[in-house]
Ligand binder design. Sequence first.
Ligand SMILES: [Zn+2]
Length: 533
Amino acid sequence: MTVQRAIVSLLLLAACVTLPCAPREAAAAAKSLGVVYSDGRDTEDVPLASLEKDSDELFVSAYDLARIFKATKFWNAGNRKLVLRIGNHRYMFTMDTRVVVVDETPVLLRLNVRYDRDAIMIPLEFITGILAPRMAEKISLDPERLLLSIGSPEYNVIAIEILDDKDGTRAVLTLTDELLYHIDSETPGILRLKIYGGRLDPPGFTLGEGKGLLNRVRAEQVEHDAYLFFDVKKTVRRYRVEFETAGAPEGAAGKSGAPRRLVLFLERGKLPEIPEVDFAGKKMVEMLDEGAKRKIIEPVRTIALDPGHGGPDIGKIGPSGAREKDLNLQIALMLRDRLMEELGIAVVMTRTEDVLVSFDQRVETANAAGAQLFLSIHCNGWFTGDAEGFEVIFLAPARTEDEARLARDENASATYESQAAGEDGGDDIDFILWDVVQNEYLNESSDLAEMIQREMSKTLGIRNRGVKQTGLRVLKGLAMPGVLIETAFLSNPKEEKLLLGAAFRERIVEGTIEAVRKFQNRYDETRAKPTVE
Ligand SMILES: [Zn+2]
């Protein structure tokens, strides 16, 4: 939505540069209302107009209003009256008056309902002041960000609390489920936490005043995911995000068990080394190893290469303007040619051009090609220019084999239930099921990540940040081992320069090829051994 809005504003701006635009018109057309539905309709932007010189009241057309609220419209040209039937009520407007007759009772708006360029325009106040209190569904309008939410989606991100002590500041989010998340920072001083499948009420998570290392918090709900933006102090030196399971209050159970607490830790410190290398993943893998019943080892015939970002999604931008999406693609194309030439492996690309490709499409391309490995190529970024090095990431698993089994069972039955009821299973269910699929490749993904990390540490000559794991959306749903390579920090001027040079990219490719070769050899070794069941 934000991107769409930005594009719309840009187009308008461009139009005004070439055409003699009246300033009032430009201002009027540039405003829009974001509408978020809970009935499965796509989030949309609806144009708003400001029609009165002395008022900043915004107007929405009766046509859009009727569509948004699924109203039945009646128009009487003779007496210039419009009737909208919404829910159990009837709202009658008379042109150029402030009167709205609700069923039999007249109510006054601040401004007249009026015509503008052949459209009937209704003050936005109608939605909040008159319509909302009479609707069975929850209607909320955030006047600052012009965001209208219709219906109350069942929230699964339910609370935020900020705690501060001598070690640092913690933002504690209460969730009803253990959802996947990803944290990154595209803008200096802002940490962006994305919660996949997260549903929250943005005003409840918007804190104008922070505490400790946190200046402010802002939340956004997009179609399927929730975003939290943490504006942090410059003195923050480290951060991490993790689920805190111990000490979760008992009894206050959510839909699928006790509430989970997702905690963002901001730590004070003087070390310029952020983000910290996260070795928590190792432990989980070891735990899974104990219970692992099967090892999936397949010869590598096809590799899916995934250059991150593309099109309007630029990714990170370096201090001298290098764009992550371009670098990712250049590296991936080079890697493709060398994989084919040197290892004779077929390669399928998730994109070969500067276009926007959804995560689902990327995964679909790899799965459809029956690839045995998935490599996603990215560049890293941080607030400050001093963060450096490369890291290799694989998808965060459920914490134990037991939890994975539990999730699998519960979600499988949920799918059957909704199928029986003729409903769409929904993204959230797919999401968890796919996560479980990826768990089966966890050992392989972790091995692959380590091999790449080891080989790259020989070729790259920059800091080795280790293997990490996180809830990366792009690796969700893959029916094969997959990893994401953060080649170097584009936010670091030295590493940006390296990334722009052919020699460094050559070394990335070299390290990756060597790792794939070793991964391949491991299969040959397994095959050479007599199999004992
Ligand atoms: Zn990226």
